[in-house]
Write a protein that binds this ligand. Structure first.
Ligand code: SF4
Length: 268
């Protein structure tokens, strides 16, 4: 999405020494010592650290799931004007888009909706079949509809830090998650302010602050992505078992990721 005001500001800033200087400083972060510090911070302090160090170049990437609800509420309660990016893949549940609109209306957030270059119709015409229906196609579909619009917006606007709601308790590759990760794709970082939060902490924060959540969470959807790639989970299943379930029988059954979140060369 073209954001005229922000892009002009960014162009002007690119011609000043302060932007170059801050970029140089932030790229020189000693990630080990920064993570030692961030581990002892609260979620609010982690968010504040991001804004203090990256200014408006720090954004929140919202999936409209529970952790995103918590983080969007933090942006509201801290009075942050930093951008909140939401990627409309074209395949979302209607409830996902409704929740985005509810957050905009209720909390007056600076939400920016990004779109893929291709419409669903153009993509399906180009590839002959629905990409999400098979293993390699899923990777390409997620790249086209999530990763590409995200990276393109970050790079075109010189944004350097993305806050996301990943947590260690989600297990799999996320069980060893650090608060801050380098993301070479944007020559910047991903910050996980809730990386050490338990499910109980998430639930109590949402309840205490009367924050809206995605309605499908209450219908056995602990993890929610695009409608065609998300199913409810059965009792005892891994919370991410409902994601790309249709691909699990024809593959290694290893948890899949969309690659928008990045670690060690692949999705996390
Ligand atoms: S979750 Fe499914 S439909 Fe959505 S972008 Fe990925 S493969 Fe495509």
């Amino acid at each position: 999405m073209w954001n005229f005001n922000f892009t002009i500001k960014q162009l002007l800033r690119n011609y000043t020494g302060s932007y170059a200087k801050r970029m140089e400083q932030t790229m020189q972060l000693d990630i080990i010592s920064v993570n030692q510090k961030l581990r002892n911070f609260s979620a609010v302090e982690r968010i504040q650290w991001a804004v203090d160090n990256f200014g408006m170049d720090a954004i929140l990437l919202s999936s409209m799931q529970k952790t995103a609800s918590v983080l969007m509420h933090y942006f509201y309660s801290l009075g942050l004007e930093n951008y909140i990016l939401f990627i409309d893949t074209g395949y979302h549940f209607a409830e996902t888009l409704q929740l985005r609109d509810e957050f905009i209306t209720r909390y007056k957030l600076n939400m920016v909706t990004l779109y893929p270059d291709l419409t669903i119709e153009q993509q399906e015409k180009l590839y002959g079949k629905k990409l999400y229906q098979y293993i390699d196609g899923q990777k390409e579909c997620c790249r086209l509809r999530k990763e590409a619009p995200y990276l393109s917006y970050m790079k075109n606007n010189g944004l350097m830090l993305s806050m996301v709601g990943l947590r260690q308790t989600e297990g799999g590759k996320r069980s060893k998650l650090e608060p801050l990760l380098r993301d070479p794709r944007i020559e910047g970082y991903a910050l996980h302010p809730l990386f050490d939060w338990s499910d109980e902490q998430i639930e109590s924060y949402l309840l205490e602050n009367d924050i809206p959540i995605h309605p499908l969470h209450n219908k056995n959807y602990p993890s929610i992505g695009c409608e065609c790639c998300t199913t409810p989970v059965r009792p005892g299943e891994n919370p991410r078992a409902g994601r790309w379930r249709h691909l699990n029988e024809s593959s290694d059954n290893v948890p899949k990721y969309c690659n928008i979140n990045f670690s060690d060369g692949s999705g996390i």
